[in-house]
Each structure stands twice: as structure tokens, then as C-alpha cells.
Write a protein that binds this ligand. Structure first.
Ligand code: F6P
Length: 390
């Protein structure tokens, strides 16, 4: 098959999140301007091999998708491509799969493949790169747990959803003098719980990165009551281990080494109710956090990621992943992003600010780090000032 124009491939892999379509549109539009045709593989990496399935992206099928959740290309976190590249956790792809992908790339005349995914999906892209397949990565996940990027797209939308849920729970909790527990996603990182807890006025935030106890959670509730607040909002990350050290899980996925987290909210709510004899209810927000329209922030980030990914291909930056390094979009080797998770630093300024407001993390408040406010003399240089917002 011969092509007059160069051709780029794009795929969306792993769990979906708001902003995938914005990346697809951003990549398509910028590629088109540079003279590339773009095809989109269907159902993630699965579309690359038997049966090879893809659509040609056009003005028509990418029009109006900027604000749409999901992905017009479909996605999966199951199937034949399951791997990890973590330092102690590497799982090699079957060489026959890689050989079959190479045949597809060659036969379709693809000069660069944009892989949009989280750590698992980008681990696959890394192995493609090591085997000579021309890939670039785009970091996607509501969990915001990828190293080497300040933000992944989808995170802001998930936090907005969880914050909206807290706003709603606030009024009903106050009306009934109840304790409301909201369980949010995020796997083994507490970013969604931390940010939504701050934005939604949570009183207790339980995250995987900070050990907590029921005694301290109950103390926080009783102290609120002593101040006249008869209701409490508790935000718990699905991956926050119980005081016993165990995570609450649903099932082990047959096709993957990842466990399915979920259920900690109900366990925490039941324990609070039994210890304090206060009416306690739990809401598990689940996939609502992954659906729907992306926020403005995610649309801008995803659009930039799409355009920069094409720029990487255009300039031969294979094996690299676009990343957010505010106020700039840059790129790093994919391996830097997937070799370890980016979790919440228990001493980060977000946690410090929350503690300063009296938000409890279920730990002993006296062990929290002191509130330090960095005082810079001035911006580093006029150049730095000039780039802010630029
Ligand atoms: O990684 C994104 C995520 O939504 C996690 O927060 C969550 O634990 C997981 O995916 C859920 O996966 P599934 O859609 O397969 O249930």
C-alpha cells in the first residue's frame, strides 16, 4: 500500500477519562496542518493486531468531540496487551505480539504512533519503543499518579465531580446531623481525595500516603460536635489501607496483576457508626468520576498534549512522553513516567494547608509537619516572569 502523505496512528488505552477526545482532536488538527493523515486504532492496542481495526480521522468525525467524555476510538484495560514496566515489576510482552504490531505499522505506513494511556498502557508503549516501534506517549489518568508530569488530563474533571458530590453531601449531611463518607477513586494515590476534600470542604481525608486510625477519625468528629457542628464529611480514597494495613478489594482481575479496589468507604462508615452511635452513610462515587464532559483545564491540557505529541513525532522524539511542567508542556522519556508511581507527599503544601484549616488526616495531628510558607526574594529572572501564563 503506498501513501502520498505521511501517516500517524493514535490510540486510547486503559480506563477512559474525560479529555481523551480532546487529545484526539488536538492531535488530528495539528497533524493535518503539518501534512499528515491520521488513523485511529480501535479499542486501544487491541486494534493493532488481528483483527487490525481502525478508522481514518477526518474533519467530520473529529468535529464536536472536544467536550465529549469517553473516546471515539474505544478503549480497554483488558486483552492481549497487559504489562508493567515498574522497576521491580517488569512483565515482558509476548514477542509474537510485538512482531505482529510491527507488521501493522509497516503495512499501514505509520511513521509515528501516539499512545494515550496511564502507567500500564505507557509501559506497553515503552516496550514498543525498545523494540523499534516509533511511539510517543500522552499521560492520561484520573488518578494523577504518573511520574514526570505535574498533571495528567482527566484528573481535574474527576476532582470536579468529587467536589460536586461533596457539595451535595454537605447539605444533606447538615440537614440530618449525619456523618457522610464519600469513597473516591485514585488507586494507590490520594490525589483525588486530597484535592476534592479540600475543594469540597471535607472534614476528614483518608489517603493511602498517611496512616490513620479510627480513634483519630472519631476524635475529629467529636471535636466538631463540641464546636457545634453536628455533621461531618469524610473523604476516603479507595486505596487507603485500613489501620490493619489491608486495602479493601473487590476482586483480582483475571487478565491483569492489578487488584480491583473498592469498598473501604462502607467499612469506614460501619466502624464510625458502631464506635460513635452516629448515623453514618456511605456514597461510593465510582465511575461517575470518569464520565462526562472534561473541565476547561482538562480541555486545554489535553489539546496541548495532542498537539505536542504530534510535534514530537514531527521532530523524531520517539520514546518520549509529553508532560506538564507548568507553565510549559515538555517531554520526558516514557520510562521516567512509568517506573514509579507519583503519590502524595504527606508534607506537601496541599496537606499543610489542609491541616492549617483543621482538616484531619486521621493521624495524630501533633505529628503533622509545621506549616512552612516558602518566601522567595523575587521571581528567578525576568524571563521566568515572562513565561508565566505564556
Ligand atoms: O485508573 C483509573 C481508575 O478509574 C482507578 O481510579 C480505579 O481504581 C480503576 O481505574 C477502576 O477500573 P475499572 O474501570 O476497570 O473498574
Amino acid at each position: 500500500m503506498s501513501h502520498t502523505r505521511k501517516r500517524i496512528g493514535i490510540l486510547t488505552s486503559g480506563g477512559d477519562c474525560p479529555g481523551l477526545n480532546a487529545v484526539i482532536r488536538g492531535a488530528y488538527k495539528s497533524a493535518h496542518k503539518l501534512g499528515y493523515d491520521v488513523i485511529g486504532f480501535l479499542r486501544g492496542y487491541e486494534g493493532l493486531i488481528d483483527p487490525v481495526s481502525y478508522i481514518t480521522l477526518t474533519n467530520r468525525n473529529t468535529s464536536g468531540i472536544l467536550s465529549q467524555g469517553g473516546t471515539i476510538l474505544g478503549s480497554t484495560n483488558k486483552g492481549r496487551f497487559v504489562t508493567r514496566t515498574g522497576v521491580d515489576d517488569r512483565q515482558e510482552l509476548d514477542p509474537e505480539l510485538i512482531a505482529a504490531v510491527k507488521v501493522t505499522i509497516q503495512q499501514l505506513g505509520i511513521c509515528g504512533l501516539v499512545c494515550i494511556g496511564g502507567d500500564g498502557s505507557l509501559s506497553i508503549a515503552q516496550q514498543f519503543h525498545e523494540n523499534g516501534i516509533p511511539v510517543v506517549g500522552v499521560p492520561k489518568t484520573i488518578d494523577n499518579d504518573l511520574s514526570a508530569t505535574a498533571y495528567t488530563f482527566g484528573f481535574d474533571s474527576a476532582v470536579a465531580c468529587a467536589t460536586d458530590a461533596l457539595d451535595r453531601l454537605h447539605t444533606t449531611a447538615a440537614a440530618h446531623d449525619r456523618v457522610m463518607v464519600l469513597e473516591v477513586m485514585g488507586r494507590h494515590a490520594g490525589w483525588i481525595a486530597l484535592h476534592s476534600g479540600i475543594a469540597g470542604g471535607g472534614d476528614v481525608i483518608l489517603i493511602p500516603e498517611i496512616e490513620w486510625s479510627y480513634e483519630n477519625v472519631c476524635r475529629a468528629i467529636l471535636e466538631r460536635e463540641a464546636r457545634g457542628k453536628k455533621f461531618t464529611l469524610v473523604v476516603v480514597a479507595e486505596g487507603a489501607p485500613l489501620p490493619s494495613g489491608d486495602c479493601v478489594t473487590q476482586e483480582r482481575r483475571a487478565e491483569s496483576r492489578q487488584v480491583r479496589l473498592g469498598g473501604v468507604g462502607n467499612v469506614v462508615a460501619a466502624e464510625i457508626q458502631s464506635r460513635l452511635a452516629r448515623e453514618t452513610r456511605c456514597v461510593v462515587l465510582g465511575h461517575l468520576q470518569r464520565g462526562g464532559t472534561p473541565t476547561t483545564f482538562d480541555r486545554v491540557l489535553a489539546t496541548q498534549f495532542g498537539a505536542h505529541a504530534v510535534g514530537l513525532i514531527h521532530h523524531g522524539g520517539f520514546g518520549r512522553m509529553v508532560c506538564s511542567a507548568p507553565p510549559r508542556i515538555e517531554s520526558v522519556p516514557i520510562i521516567d513516567a512509568v517506573s514509579r508511581l507519583r503519590v502524595v507527599d504527606p508534607h506537601c503544601t496541599d496537606v499543610q494547608a489542609a491541616r492549617a484549616l483543621g482538616i484531619s488526616f486521621g493521624d495524630d495531628p501533633s505529628v503533622g509537619s509545621p506549616f512552612v510558607c516558602e518566601q522567595r526574594e523575587s521571581a528567578e529572572s525576568p524571563a521566568e516572569l515572562a513565561t508565566v501564563g505564556g
